[in-house]
Design a protein around this ligand. Structure first.
Ligand SMILES: *[C@@H]1O[C@H](CO)[C@@H](O)[C@H](O)[C@H]1NC(C)=O
Ligand SMILES: *[C@@H]1O[C@H](CO)[C@@H](O)[C@H](O)[C@H]1NC(C)=O
Ligand SMILES: *[C@@H]1O[C@H](CO)[C@@H](O)[C@H](O)[C@H]1NC(C)=O
Ligand SMILES: *[C@@H]1O[C@H](CO)[C@@H](O)[C@H](O)[C@H]1NC(C)=O
Ligand SMILES: *[C@@H]1O[C@H](CO)[C@@H](O)[C@H](O)[C@H]1NC(C)=O
Ligand SMILES: *[C@@H]1O[C@H](CO)[C@@H](O)[C@H](O)[C@H]1NC(C)=O
Ligand SMILES: CC(=O)N[C@H]1CO[C@H](CO)[C@@H](O)[C@@H]1O
Length: 414
């Protein structure tokens, strides 16, 4: 009768179990022998954490995501298992975030909310015990303990049904999990762009729904408003995705994807001389800064004003101190009470604040305005202010109807 010899594998298993029963098991040993934690074991093996968790003298608490939890996070993050494991040591902070620095079995966890530091530097988990239930709240997810009190030496392992995330899975998740950002979430929902903000793979992408210029460049979310309102970052670096893939900065001003007033549009468009003229005249400043102002503004460029000064032989100071000339110029550039885009203009007389006539001349795509002393061509049409309440057309010449006092002075002086 032939003697059956145990195979190498059987010998190895026997030795393994003898070692395991002869001394305290490490966390990694318990994970390796628990089938429902096979994916977690694979995940930890892909990082540099195996040696830490193989120390049987460790006294910590591991919240251990089940296989189903790991599969669920793949969907949340939009990655494959292979893709996730290939991240290697960049996953280390995620798994460190599952380890609370003290050993707590379920009965030792206090009732209510307890914030506890993890092995991930500076990142706490909030453990909530309510009746018999224990939940773990991370930045990006909430998990329930589904099996408590596995023992690994001095450490405890509690199996949970979600992966704990030290980042938000998407911008939409950051908004919905941060009470301070609930208004923005509502705005995103109202604007019907939730799908874009929910995409976990959103990165290095530029998109402009109704020209809300949200530019996701590299790892940073840069919100570029059309208006010149300056916003200050109040909460910086809210991480989105692994890496993190994107970062959200919370700012203290609504970044408007449109100009809030004519003055705002003029300022953002570099029409500084026009603003100086409005300020020197003094009568229209408040209206042109008012978001509720309704009207159409023909806005000469700085170069147009320079050309006018040359034509008149005046300095800017002389023009700005001549109230009558300023008035005659400004009134001809303001079409009150109606916001007219270029497509809504017809050739013919245009009603302005001035008694002097102004004619629009639409020839193909070329729009000109003709006053007694000048002709100006629209070079930047349809600059919308506050959702089309007002509209600005930038023109290449200053429109003049009559010669103001300064001009008469100049001409009579010669
Ligand atoms: C874990 O706790 C035991 C018992 O309190 C202690 O002897 C041991 O030194 C602790 N291990 C570590 C790594 O602190
Ligand atoms: C909880 O831990 C304490 C101290 O290690 C131990 O006495 C107790 O039996 C543990 N309870 C459970 C349910 O594991
Ligand atoms: C983390 O938890 C510790 C202990 O409860 C607490 O002292 C600390 O303030 C918490 N840190 C954060 C950032 O919440
Ligand atoms: C405990 O958790 C289970 C499953 O997560 C849930 O159905 C149940 O309502 C919870 N009980 C309490 C008291 O919160
Ligand atoms: C919202 O956007 C989706 C596509 O992203 C579109 O199919 C749907 O009709 C939009 N709904 C509204 C109310 O605009
Ligand atoms: C209108 O513009 C066209 C082309 O610029 C020009 O030929 C025409 O003379 C202009 N009409 C008037 C009334 O100024
Ligand atoms: C005024 C402005 O910036 N308009 C832009 C809005 O976005 C579309 C599409 O990205 C551009 O084509 C427009 O020029």
């Amino acid at each position: 009768m032939a003697t059956k010899r145990p195979s190498g594998a059987v010998v190895f298993l026997l030795v393994g179990s003898l070692v395991a029963t002869s001394s305290a098991q490490s966390i990694f040993e318990v994970l390796s022998s628990t089938p429902s934690l096979a994916l977690l074991t694979a995940g930890i093996s892909a990082t540099g954490l195996v040696s830490t968790l193989s120390d049987p003298t460790l006294n910590v608490t591991l919240f251990a995501p089940s296989n189903e939890a790991l599969l669920g996070v793949l969907t949340d993050l939009g990655v494959s298992l292979e893709g996730l494991l290939a991240l290697g040591t960049s996953l280390t902070p995620v798994f460190q975030y599952h380890v609370v620095q003290t050993a707590l079995n379920a009965s030792e966890i206090p009732s209510g909310d307890t914030s506890l530091p993890t092995l991930a530097a500076g990142a706490n988990l909030t453990i909530t015990k309510s009746d018999a239930n224990i939940t773990v709240k991370s930045l990006g997810s909430d998990a329930n303990v589904i099996q408590a009190d596995l023992i690994a030496g001095g450490s405890r392992i509690h199996i949970i049904d979600r992966v704990l995330l030290p980042f938000f899975v998407s911008i939409a998740s950051a908004l919905s999990r941060s009470p301070a950002l609930s208004t923005l979430l509502t705005a995103v929902q109202t604007a019907n762009i939730t799908a874009i903000f929910s995409d976990p793979l959103l990165t290095a992408t530029v998109f402009a729904p109704s020209n809300l210029s949200v530019v996701l460049a590299g790892a940073n979310v840069v919100v570029t408003p059309l208006s010149a309102i300056t916003a200050t970052v109040r909460i910086a670096d809210i991480p989105i995705g692994l890496g993190p893939r994107s970062v959200v900065h919370v700012v203290d001003q609504l970044l408007l994807p449109f100009y809030s007033s004519v003055a705002n549009a003029a300022q953002s468009s570099g029409l500084t001389t026009l603003l100086a003229v409005v300020a020197a005249d003094g009568r229209f400043g408040a209206q042109l800064s008012d978001p509720k102002f309704v009207g159409t503004i023909l806005a000469p460029t700085d170069a147009a004003f320079t050309a006018l000064l040359t034509r008149m032989g005046l300095t800017a100071e002389q023009l700005l101190s001549d109230r009558a000339t300023l008035a005659s110029i400004l009134e001809l550039h303001i079409l009150p009470g109606v916001s007219l885009k270029v497509a809504q203009l017809t050739s013919g007389p245009v009603t302005t604040l001035s008694a002097a006539p102004l004619l629009a001349n639409i020839t193909g795509n070329v729009v000109t305005f003709v006053a007694a002393q000048s002709t100006a061509t629209v070079i930047a049409p349809d600059v919308s202010v506050n959702l089309d309440r007002a509209v600005v057309h930038v023109i290449d010449q200053v429109l003049c109807s009559v010669m103001g006092a300064a001009m008469l002075y100049t001409f009579t002086r010669v």
